[in-house]
Design a protein around this ligand. Structure first.
Ligand code: GYE
Length: 346
């Protein structure tokens, strides 16, 4: 009896170590609200369920959490969907594996939020050969043959970058700083992702029209708060006259603000540094309200309803648009954010 108890205890301790090890391996951000993948053995799709395999980027930001939640809320069992959700944990190889798993399971649709644009040709061809339609969501893919996917549903990320540039130009003009030398640093998102490429190049397009804008450096903060904090510390150590920080998502902005405050610098229109951000998640809008973020360019994370509409159209045999952009706006410190927040879902 005693021996058996010990054995159980040993087994328990072993399992605990294993679980702790696993937890240690995953990045802290990911642990928080990552939805579980499909419970392999517990449920099975009903005969006429629409089976959808979703390959998500990860859980790197508040935006991503909302984006994932919207898929869960939209593709419900009650509505006749069976969802297989795979979190790529910010690694393309995990996403490729997920896609192969979906193909093996012969799902009805694959929904792919690609971490970066390149490297998808082979696996998308496998899906096409298996006759599974692929819908690209959020970021884009860059493939030789565009017939490898049905359509892309998401944001016009380049336009967001342009809007940010135009806002800065108008703002500087309104403050009589049109011809002043403006030193800028950019916290970029994951290199090679559409969100990074689009926002960087959209802003650069406007920058070209302003010879007095001086981009000191671009560095990636990988869309996470922790990395951006480090990069911002480095920027502040390296350059002593930064006027503007372009931060390619709100979570990086949170990290940058922390570093700027710790360095004893002031944010906002009468401060030392102005931040322009992207996403417009709730916590960031509260900082716009406080004037710590000058302007925030919305990226709407609630893509799921448009994806559902697309799938329903395909089910009815209707044609769908190859590129479907979602409506977006922006917020700046001069607006009545409190009122705007009342009617906002995220
Ligand atoms: O801005 C960021 C997220 O791809 C548009 O990814 C998305 C971006 C979003 O991590 O917060």
């Amino acid at each position: 009896m005693m021996v058996r108890k010990r054995k159980n205890l040993f087994l328990f301790a072993f399992l605990l170590c294993f679980l702790l090890l696993l937890a240690g391996c995953s990045n802290g951000n990911d642990a928080a609200i990552t939805p579980k993948s499909e419970p392999e053995s517990e449920s099975r799709p009903d005969e006429d369920d629409i089976v959808i395999g979703i390959s998500q980027v990860g859980s790197e930001s508040d935006w991503r959490m909302m984006n994932t939640k919207a898929y869960m809320d939209t593709f419900t069992e009650e509505k006749g969907y069976y969802l297989i959700f795979e979190d790529g944990q910010q690694k393309q190889e995990n996403q490729v594996k997920a896609l192969r798993k979906f193909i093996l399971k012969d799902v009805d649709y694959i929904v792919l939020a690609p971490i970066v644009e390149t490297g998808w040709d082979a696996v998308l061809k496998e899906a096409q050969d298996a006759g599974i339609p692929v819908i690209i969501v959020d970021r884009n893919v860059s493939v030789e043959d565009e017939s490898l996917y049905i359509c892309r549903v998401g944001s016009d990320l380049m336009q967001e970058g342009r809007n940010a540039g135009e806002w800065l130009a108008d703002y500087l003009e309104s403050r009589g700083r049109r011809n002043e030398k403006i030193n800028i640093v950019t916290l970029q998102g994951t290199p090679g992702s559409t969100a990074q490429i689009g926002r960087t190049s959209g802003f650069a397009e406007v920058m070209e029209k302003h010879a007095n804008w001086n981009m000191l450096e671009y560095q990636s903060g990988d869309f996470t708060q922790a990395k951006a904090y480090e990069v911002m510390e480095y920027f502040l150590d390296t350059y002593d006259d930064i006027d503007v920080v372009i931060s390619e998502n709100d979570n990086m902005t949170f990290g940058a603000i922390e570093a700027i405050k710790e360095a004893g610098l002031k944010l906002g229109k009468n401060g030392d540094i102005m931040i322009i951000s992207f996403d417009a998640v709730r916590d960031a809008l509260l900082l716009v309200q406080k004037g710590e973020i000058m302007a925030d360019f919305e990226c709407n994370p609630i893509i799921a309803p448009l994806v559902e509409e697309t799938i329903q159209r395909l089910e009815r045999g209707e044609a769908v648009e190859k590129v479907q952009y979602i409506d977006e706006t922006y917020f700046d410190y001069r607006m009545d954010i409190e009122t705007l927040l009342e009617s906002r879902e995220y």
